[in-house]
Write a protein that binds this ligand. Structure first.
Ligand SMILES: [Zn+2]
Length: 451
């Protein structure tokens, strides 16, 4: 094992160059051409590492797949999941360097996709490579699947998984995505919330109108939209759509136990998030809201004139960009219908339409024996006891593993808490990137030793 860790230490600079190479390929999932070019570059890099990668087609963007059997028989199989598509760069003026020309500043690498998720799946590949280079084999059966459209719903992967259950069969699915809660302490997640985006649009005129000459005798879609939205949520953030909470599974006593062990420092959280306050009564309420409750969020709204000064108009239309985060056992299709019924009943002129695809929520039983050696290995490398989080507030296509393939899965983020994923200046702390490679190598070793 020491040999492998030494090899990882010696190759630090080359690893950073590997990351720069793949981040330089702008693989925004909605751009199939660029996404495929990135997939080809990653496949070639994997082959150079000795990992026999291939590009496999799905109904949308392709996946990259590889498998390496262990030389010994009866070893467990681990499936590493990652995604090579990235969010758009957006707000270019807020970036301090080019999003797709990664730059290193103060021990961090900056660029779109460095943390979400290219830098993180690369750690898995590099750990596999270290094993291959040092021992000529992998200690357990290893499979790798890299998704080309996680940021837009993973529909292609979900369909691919349903048709290729044997190919993706594993004893454990291992994913590194998102940030740790603390750069010194590993975080382990056993579930995710689901997500769905939709637009609400109301058009009441073919053109903007003079607000004096027509004011009071024509409808104002901005007001109508505000009134509709105000009926969806009360002052405490409780969603008022009938049936919205029906399928939500409340926090169990075991969940509560895990939650009690999590950190709760509202002032510091507020500072870290850049918000004025945290909306929670206490620790349990905070994690209940973040892990076990759904949300209905306004991501953005636009209508009428929004420039400097004023323009006396009645807007012709109003749009609200909306999102739901699903708690465990909520069904996206059911919730979509409930919201649609609610909207139609109150304002039949409002058009509702889904944007991209949705993800189901997912949970794992946190007490399976296969998790034990994994958690021990992670704690060994980090030198700290792991924070065990029953659910992460964010979303990943975990339901593919837990619902379609019915196999256990674990989420161990390697990125820094302030990775700025989805935002300008996305970054990855290079010491955590390196630690991630050591962590995965140690996990492979631990899974092999357990048998
Ligand atoms: Zn993301």
């Amino acid at each position: 094992m020491n040999r492998i860790h030494e090899y990882i230490d010696q190759n630090r600079d080359r690893y950073v160059q590997d990351l720069i190479d793949i981040v330089s390929k702008p693989s925004i999932g909605t751009d199939p051409e660029q996404t495929r070019l990135c997939a080809e570059a990653i496949r070639d890099k994997m082959k150079a590492m000795g990992i026999p990668a291939q590009i496999l087609e799905t109904i949308n963007n392709p996946v990259i797949y590889a498998e390496l059997p262990a030389s010994r028989e009866n070893m467990p199989t681990v499936l590493f999941y990652g995604h090579y598509d990235v969010q758009p760069a957006r707000d270019l003026d807020l970036w301090d360097s080019e999003p797709f020309a990664p730059e290193i500043r103060n021990g961090r690498i900056y660029g779109r996709g460095v943390a979400d998720n290219k830098g993180q799946f690369l750690t898995q590949l590099l750990a596999i490579e270290a094993y291959l280079k040092q021992t000529g084999e992998v200690p357990v059966n290893v499979k790798v699947i890299l998704d080309g459209e996680e940021e837009i719903g993973s529909k292609g992967l979900a369909d691919f998984a349903a048709k290729n259950k044997d190919l993706l069969k594993a004893d454990l699915v291992y994913t590194s995505d998102g940030g740790t809660q603390n750069p010194e302490i590993p975080t382990i997640n056993f579930g995710v919330r689901g997500v769905m985006n939709f637009d609400l649009t109301l058009e009441t005129a073919s053109t903007d109108n003079h607000s004096g000459n027509k004011g009071g005798v024509t409808r104002n879609p901005a007001w109508d939209m505000v009134q509709l939205l105000s009926k969806m949520l009360d002052e405490n953030g409780r969603v008022l759509i009938p049936g919205f909470y029906d399928a939500v599974v409340p926090m169990s006593p075991k969940d509560r136990e895990l939650v009690e062990a999590l950190p709760f420092r509202p002032e510091q959280f507020a500072r870290d998030f850049g918000v004025k306050e945290i909306v929670a009564r206490d620790k349990v309420d905070y994690y209940d809201k973040l892990m076990f409750q759904p949300t209905l969020t306004i991501n953005g709204m636009f209508s009428g004139y929004t420039g400097a000064g004023c323009k006396n108009i009645i807007p012709k239309s109003a749009t609200a960009k909306m999102e739901v985060r699903f708690a465990w056992k909520q069904n996206p299709e059911t919730i979509y219908r409930l919201i649609e019924d609610f909207v139609k009943e109150r304002n039949p002129q409002v058009q509702m339409c889904m944007v991209e695809d949705y993800m189901y929520p997912s949970r794992n039983n946190t007490e399976l024996p296969i998790y034990e050696p994994v958690i021990e290995a992670v704690e060994k490398i980090w030198g700290a006891k792991a924070v065990i989080s029953p659910v992460s507030g964010g979303s990943l296509p975990e339901f593919i593993w837990t619902s379609i393939l019915e196999q256990p899965s674990i989420l161990i983020p390697y990125a820094n808490p302030d990775e700025a994923n989805h935002a300008p200046n996305e970054n990855l702390d290079l010491s955590l990137f390196q630690k991630g490679i050591h962590t995965t190598a140690e996990v492979l070793h631990a899974l092999a030793s357990q048998k």
